[in-house]
Design a protein around this ligand. Sequence first.
Ligand SMILES: Cc1cc2nc3c(=O)[nH]c(=O)nc-3n(C[C@H](O)[C@H](O)[C@H](O)COP(=O)(O)OP(=O)(O)OC[C@H]3O[C@@H](n4cnc5c(N)ncnc54)[C@H](O)[C@@H]3O)c2cc1C
Length: 412
Amino acid sequence: MVKKLYQPYKPNLDFSGLDHIVVGSGMGGITVATWLAKSGKKVAIFERHYVPGGFTHSFKRKDGFQWDVGVHYVGNMAKDSSLRSFFDFLTDGKLEWESMGEVYDVANIEGTEYLFKAGKENFRKQFTNYFPEEKKAIEAYLKLIEKTNKRANAFYFEKIFEPWLSKAIGWIFRKRYSKYSQRTTWEVLSEITKDERLIALLCAQCGNYGLSPKNSSFGAHAMVIGHFLDGGYYPVGGADQICEKTLEVFTAHGGKVFINADVTKIVTENNRVQGIRLGEKFIPCKSVISNVGVNNTFNHLLSETDRKKCKYNLKNVQPASAHICLYLGLNQSSEALKLPKYNLWYYKHENIDKIFDEATLENAPENFAYISFPSAKDPNWEIKNPSTATIQAISVGNMDWFETFKDSKACT
Ligand SMILES: Cc1cc2nc3c(=O)[nH]c(=O)nc-3n(C[C@H](O)[C@H](O)[C@H](O)COP(=O)(O)OP(=O)(O)OC[C@H]3O[C@@H](n4cnc5c(N)ncnc54)[C@H](O)[C@@H]3O)c2cc1C
């Protein structure tokens, strides 16, 4: 990440005249910040980590290896797709995307390999080949994905309605979507098919939404399946390019990014946001956009009084699912090692819920692994890092396993 795009936070810097403060520099934060800066607003991002980007940042080791911490692939990124034009707007077209090719994911369940190929027709063909008896179920599934995602679009569109309009007709959008979003992936899929291997395969990419079939919302499942249906793409230069190219545009429009800036409070008065607090320091602004998750925002950044005014019971929001990751650096090129561009989803057996629910630090990597080969996906890797390659292997994690490190800081 280019250092001139951000600066360390110091309490004595000039923070006057801010329209908006964005807390957290993940993809969500930098998106809204750049959009506002492009429309002429004075915006500052406060990030508590020592580099910006959240799950789009990458880290390096002294021997030159670089790994992404989050994003491994993004769907819906063909030149004429809606998401691509959105990213082109954010980055002024400077972020390039490399297709992962026809096969973008491979699931290995109990030793049998299944390919996920780009395109709805390919999906239909592949799955029907694997499960000829389930042709009707596969048809019904694809229709349901489309229908659910159409309802999701309407559901999210309703969020921009004026309050009076939302009150009058918003319930229609919410009710229509809740038919799928309020049910688990397992509930919906087991109505379509009784074939547990097919259900496991349809859920093989569930690591992308972090929850197993019996715990995830079918709305989230449909969104992710629909998102990757036309294949996967990788940001040229690595995942941190998403952040870097966006921040280049943000800072060119006057935006400021402060790192090592741990926001401790969102300050309100008479039901209006006044600014933020970092320890003793108060920084005023017209509005605060918190991008640090619902739990952190409501249960940590807002005061008890403000929290009580909130109409939802956010005390019950559970932390997101955790993971453990092994970062491997190899001293040969991806080509020499024949590393694939596609990601591998490995399951020891087809009961994904059991694997996730009964995971321990000892058995997790043996039962489930998501393996990705970033150096093989990036056309610039070999130019920048000749004769080297990287692999990332992820398995299920649990915060309780690392309880002793709870209050410690990340090492630099
Ligand atoms: C292992 C993994 C793999 C993934 N793979 C993919 C993938 O292949 N494709 C895909 O599309 N998505 C993937 N995702 C999901 C994607 O990376 C995330 O959904 C997305 O990046 C989240 O962005 P965000 O803006 O919501 O928040 P985050 O990226 O979580 O950013 C939040 C930021 O807020 C900061 N922060 C927190 N508290 C404070 C505070 N009090 N003050 C200041 N700053 C604060 C944090 O340090 C962090 O930088 C993956 C996620 C993980 C974890």
